[in-house]
Ligand binder design. Sequence first.
Ligand code: FAD
Length: 485
Amino acid sequence: MAKDPVAIIGGGIAGIASALKLIELGEKVILLEKKAALGGRATSFFDPICGDEIDNGQHVLLACCTNVIDLLSGLGQEQEITWSDSFTYILPDGSRHQFAPSFLPAPLHFSQALLTFGPLKLRERLEVARAFLAMMLTTRKKLDYWANKTIGDWLQSHGQSEGTIARFWRPIVIGAVNESLEVAACNPALQVFLEGFLPHRTAARLGVAKVGLHKLYALPAYEKIINSGSEVRTHAKVKFVTRGPGGVEGLTLNDGQEIRCKRMVVALPPESLCLLTDQHGHGLVDEAFLASFTHAPIAGLHFWFDREIMDINHGALLDTELEWIFKKEKPGPKALALGAQERIQGVISAAHHLAGRSQKSVLEHALGEIHRALPKSRDAKLVRGLVVRENRATLSLNPKSELSRPSQLTAIDGCVLAGDWVQTGWPGTLEGAVRSGRTAAALLTGRSACDVLIPDLPRGFLSKILLACVPRPITLARGKSLRSR
Ligand SMILES: Cc1cc2nc3c(=O)[nH]c(=O)nc-3n(C[C@H](O)[C@H](O)[C@H](O)COP(=O)(O)OP(=O)(O)OC[C@H]3O[C@@H](n4cnc5c(N)ncnc54)[C@H](O)[C@@H]3O)c2cc1C
């Protein structure tokens, strides 16, 4: 008798990664998504005025995101990412400063860039170098000590002054973990440097998609799942899960349709998982526990200008509210007809402070900062501006929530969790979500996470010696099989 398909609840990138991995392992799946399209929080839509496909927020990758890169390559989409080794920092006076690796081997490849980094005074550059040396001496014991503290605590206790925090640590940390340094848990933030800067010369390469997120991965994934003989249902909100003495028995959609299944991946963020019950109305996971997770917002700012104003692909703005700017693909025919020649996207992470501010005030402020950073913009006309605020962009990864992230196994046989917020060893990112989805596939098929995850980037020869004691990110599900519990 044919096995029931594995049901996957939630069509974000974690659910998609689960589906693709299960199919690769020979399973049939049914992927259920309540919205009209797959993609979840990493999505894009067509601007109603200009007609261009724009992302809900700029998503970037680092080369150390080995599993996202592998997912894209499995979809034949790796050529849609542009990679760059060099970061351009722009000060409010318009001066530009490159941060690029030298010929030296990792972990020394950024040392020259750091020691000549214009936005910092010499004393500050040496402070940062000292902090990197301390990171190289990180051990499991030290990570345990810092587990209930913030990255701000770590930086202070390692002698980092306000100047280095504002111009070096803050822009990287806030972009990567989407929380302020005073709130963000220490270990996920440290991990950004331990994996992104130190192990390999290419680990910090910045990847930016050439197309909207829907085209990049959601649509190709949809087609791959359908073409493999599995099923994707959109507009399919799961109302409750039926459980029996032996574990999962099926689920029921909002419209009353029932689906039989013995295995299920619940790839939902905490606030959606909170609403999902069993047939008796009991939560699948303790609701009080789920309520303890709070969110951090990100604002995406979209600008269409009447001429080309940006001569670099991306830049990090220092001493500003707007943190990053990205040059986007050429405007489409509708935008061109409105007079637009250039589209730029800006990012404000951990955007708690924007609550209550009008769209106009956020745009005007950001425009002033763009004028200072990109002089050509001063004479340009703004054809359209738009702010997209994602209030629940990521989990607010403070020490308490970091320590509370659940394992992927649940008390219900046949039911595993996935999503960027479960324990993956990664911050709430695309990479964390993909790792969780792939690990869920492993757990449901009696495999270990190591069988399905692409390993972290290998360390170069010098990194192997100098970082010998630094632990690598581990998938905390550690490959336990559901059946072996
Ligand atoms: C503006 C913004 C910028 C970001 N920038 C970056 C970045 O630069 N780099 C990076 O790595 N990460 C970034 N992230 C984070 C990244 O987008 C998330 O970590 C990732 O998308 C989370 O995926 P997920 O599958 O875990 O969850 P989700 O995407 O939230 O997926 C859950 C899905 O479940 C569906 N659902 C909910 N309830 C039900 C139900 N009852 N039945 C069926 N379906 C249901 C939802 O509609 C949703 O599609 C950013 C996020 C945002 C919002």
